[in-house]
Design a protein around this ligand. Structure first.
Ligand SMILES: [Zn+2]
Length: 357
């Protein structure tokens, strides 16, 4: 049986008021769980809207700081009386609630307070060990029942989440179109691949303006477009498309660079390094016109275009390329990706940077 579900969403500074139109059909008691900063920013508004909807609130509870099985098990007795779960925050808080909801068979609703990943829209949960290292992907076909997005709360959050989120969002388009190129994708995959256009073009068009608006804490049409691109467009692609197509060379390159200590020392964000990975992907794929477009966009956005921007050097590349090819990211690809292809593309980019001074 094929099963693909679509979450609905509400966006606007009055989005939470939609709780009364969406949630009461699922029961009377909602457990509210989130990140500390997220709850501080959103809980008053959520609780007021839930009360207006006639819901009884359990919590709010802090999710525990890591999307770990340990935290999920700790939270399980706290939601024993709840009919539904409200997940508030960024990717890790939301994924904690998501996997908790899946395990306990409860409907869940998401309230993203930053726009850095599509976690608020997806059925997939990413779990970590308590030390922060990756543990596993928790696969499911059940996305949130509804997403409530207040763009003012996102505009008031630090802008680097949006900045990095834009890079990760654009990767979805380039990765799934290249990864699936030699296949004949079935309906759900084909739908998602077609939708992935909405992960790149609106970012290139609105990204710079949206970043400036976020910096000014002002909700504008550009910022709203980019938030919907990061959370909803990308989340729908993730829900529609099989994992071999949603991964690709931009993420393989990111994984490669994670072996460098300098990544962590300089706090380079996932989406930031993935944005550089897109340039490598497009160079390896010889899509030079598109590569030059994304290059100019990265430059304008302050996203990386060369090794120095992510505190790496040519001497790192042998080990980086080895690590890049160890994961599943380019397992399904229209051609065999080799270490040499990655290193040559990175060095070609170094030269291209010099011509674009
Ligand atoms: Zn990513």
């Amino acid at each position: 049986m094929q099963k693909t579900l679509f979450p609905g969403y509400s966006i606007g500074t009055d989005a939470y008021e939609d709780i009364r139109n969406v949630c009461p059909v699922y029961g009377k008691k909602a457990a509210v769980i989130g990140g500390k900063r997220a709850l501080a920013a959103a809980q008053d508004k959520i609780l007021a809207a839930a009360e207006a909807a006639g819901l009884e609130i359990i919590g709010p509870f802090w999710y525990g700081g890591e999307a770990s099985v340990e935290n999920i098990e700790r939270l399980e007795p706290m939601v024993a009386d709840a009919d539904m779960i409200f997940a508030v925050g960024g990717g890790k808080a939301i994924d904690t609630c998501k996997v908790l909801a899946h395990r306990t068979n409860r409907p869940f609703f998401t309230f993203p307070t930053i726009a850095s990943t599509c976690a608020a829209c997806t059925s997939l949960g990413i779990l970590y060990h308590p030390d922060g290292s990756l543990r596993e992907y928790s696969f499911s076909k059940i996305p949130p029942n509804h997403i409530f997005i207040d763009p003012q709360i996102i505009a008031d959050a630090p802008e680097q989440y949006l900045w990095a989120g834009i890079g990760d969002t654009m990767a979805k388009h380039y990765e799934c179109t290249v990864s699936s190129r030699n296949d004949t994708p079935a309906h759900s995959d084909a739908m998602g691949i077609a939708l992935s256009t909405m992960c790149a073009a609106p970012m290139l068009r609105w990204g710079k303006q949206a970043l400036e608006d976020c910096r000014a804490h002002t909700v504008t049409p550009a910022l709203t477009e980019v938030i919907l691109g990061i959370i909803v467009s990308t989340g729908l692609v993730s829900n529609f498309v099989q994992v071999d197509y949603t991964t690709g060379l931009a993420h393989a390159v990111y994984n490669g660079f994670t072996i460098l200590k300098s990544m962590e020392e300089h706090h380079h964000l996932h989406g930031e390094v993935v944005a550089y990975g897109i340039l490598v992907l497009l160079t390896v794929d010889k899509q030079f016109e598109e590569r030059d477009r994304v290059f100019a966009f990265n430059r304008a956005m302050g996203l990386p275009t060369q090794l120095a921007d992510i505190h790496a050097t040519p001497a790192d590349l042998d080990a980086v390329a080895d690590k890049a090819l160890q994961g599943i990211d380019v397992r399904v690809y229209p051609y065999m990706v080799t270490k040499e292809m990655i290193i040559n593309a990175i060095m070609e980019l170094e030269t291209y940077n010099k011509t674009q001074a």
